[in-house]
Design a protein around this ligand. Structure first.
Ligand code: SAH
Ligand code: SF4
Ligand code: F3S
Length: 459
């Protein structure tokens, strides 16, 4: 079925995690048959979708300031030429406080939660008759995935959601409330989507889930089936797809890092040597209060097992400083754990009190100034580790998947197996190829290199 000629302009602004990036792309796919084509600015858009994140207070507040600006634009356009700009709010804030959004910002036409966006086109059609539709709260991921149209990937790398939702209920986190319980898509559906991506020139896929290593589809045989069940089996299955040369996955929980998945890191060449495995804190007392269900020691044991399977693996993580009750000694334990692990990259956050979560009501809330100081100390350590990791690559030859043109003429940008951005002088035709690059210089965020001959792939 061919789409009608685009007649309407769609602008999507995405905040939050990679899953929101995936969801935004899928919303565009849902709207394309209605004649909506993407544009880069909201200025002339007929429909603006704000895909929102609820994880920290700042993220949520950002939604209201962005909506304030969109309201002005909407009014200016209506006054100038009578244009109608529809404003939709999607994502986790839409799920968590949809009614409040409609109340606080009357310019919003509709609100759609993360499990309802497959109905976006119907909602849009309806809003032109009545304002105030709100679709959220009914968590039915399967219905959504079944209803989504075919994808139209635009690049050589792509995200692919395989698991959604979370049952872990870490005491600081809103995700179980905004995304619902853990749900895993069927491997057949994932494989079909991955094959389709590969057929469109995608060479690297990142499997997404709020707890992606908890992946366990309904008819899975579990860890006893011959490929190991769960995410390990899925990775091995996707690794067989011709053209799909690189597989990554994110985000994982330490307690779901099973033996089969660790073994896959040592055995599946397509599985890239990079692992984002958030630990949050190095203090067992705090980990317990967070309901993480692991200790610092068990985390370090897991890391050791992964490194035994894949010695060069790059480890990344998330950290929270200033969780309620965190003392200096707890924070020192976090620094000690960080020193022991040695991170290639990491994300660190000040604890943010989220309404409705157990930690928000805990005694011992930490003063902002203390959080600031701890964050600065942790970041100094993590930055030094990231720099050291990047510098350790200088002089090595790495296979780089070139993704796009760089800022300077003649330059391309790609990724190393360890997810570092790498730039090098290379012809445009190498976009989409995996090319041998000798690393010549390192900065905190990226590497610079030069092509080596002969190339890994025919040019
Ligand atoms: N599902 C993933 C990540 C979810 S959110 C996991 O379990 O690892 C991404 C990160 O945001 C978390 O790892 C955590 O470090 C941070 N985060 C979540 N809630 C937070 C809060 N209330 N305050 C500060 N950081 C938070
Ligand atoms: Fe949030 Fe914890 Fe679930 Fe991650 S595992 S999404 S941090 S509740
Ligand atoms: Fe934010 Fe929702 Fe992702 S709260 S981090 S957009 S799951």
């Amino acid at each position: 079925m061919s789409d009608p000629a685009p007649t309407k302009r769609l602008f999507i602004k995405t905040n939050g995690c990679q899953m929101n990036v995936y969801d935004s792309e899928r919303m565009a796919d849902v709207l394309a048959p209605l004649g909506y084509a993407m544009t880069d600015t909201p200025d002339q858009a007929d429909l603006v979708v704000l895909n929102t994140c609820h994880i920290r207070e700042k993220a949520t507040e950002k939604v209201y300031s962005e909506l304030g600006k969109l309201k002005e634009l909407k009014q200016a356009r209506a006054a100038a030429d009578g244009a109608v700009m529809t404003i939709a709010v999607a994502g986790c804030v839409a799920q968590a406080e949809g009614e409040e959004i409609m109340r606080r910002q009357p310019a919003v036409d509709l609100v759609v939660g993360p499990q309802a966006y497959h109905q976006l086109h119907e909602l849009i059609a309806r809003t032109h008759r009545a304002r105030g539709e709100r679709l959220a709260a009914d968590f039915a991921p399967q219905e959504k995935f079944d209803a989504l149209p075919q994808r139209r990937p635009g690049g050589v790398t792509a995200f692919l959601t395989v698991q959604e939702g979370c049952d872990k209920f870490c005491t600081f986190c809103v995700v179980p409330y905004t995304r619902g319980g853990e749900y895993s898509r069927a491997p057949q559906a994932i494989e079909a989507e991955a094959r389709d991506l590969a057929a469109h020139g995608v060479r690297e896929v990142t499997l997404l889930g709020q707890n992606v290593n908890a992946y366990s589809p309904p008819n899975d045989q579990g860890p006893n089936d011959k490929e190991g069940g769960g995410l390990a089996a899925l990775v091995r299955r996707l690794a067989k797809i011709p053209g799909l040369d690189r597989i990554r996955y994110t985000t994982s929980h330490p307690r779901d890092m099973d033996e089969a998945l660790i073994a896959a890191h040592g055995e599946v060449a397509e599985l890239m040597p990079y692992l984002h495995l958030p630990v949050q804190s190095g203090s067992d007392r705090i980990l317990k209060a967070m309901n993480r269900a692991h200790t610092a020691q068990s985390y370090l044991k897991t890391i050791a097992a992964i490194r035994a399977a894949r010695p060069d693996i790059a480890i990344s993580g998330d950290f929270i400083v200033g969780f309620p009750g965190e003392r200096d000694s707890d924070f020192e334990a976090t620094l000690a754990l960080v020193r022991e692990v040695g991170h290639a990259s990491a994300f660190s956050f000040k604890y943010s009190r989220r309404p409705g979560t157990p930690a928000a009501a805990m005694p011992g809330q930490v003063a902002e100034a203390v959080k600031d100081e701890r964050l600065a100390r942790l970041n100094a350590l993590l930055d030094a580790q990231a720099r050291a990791f990047n510098e350790s690559q200088v002089g090595r030859v790495l296979p780089v998947l070139f993704e796009r043109k760089g800022r300077h003429p003649g330059q391309l940008i790609g990724r190393s197996p360890y997810l570092q951005a790498v730039h090098a002088l290379a012809p445009d035709r190498m976009i989409g190829q995996i090319v041998a690059v000798r690393i010549e210089a390192a900065a905190r965020m990226s590497l610079a290199g030069a092509l080596v001959q002969p190339q890994l792939e025919p040019a």
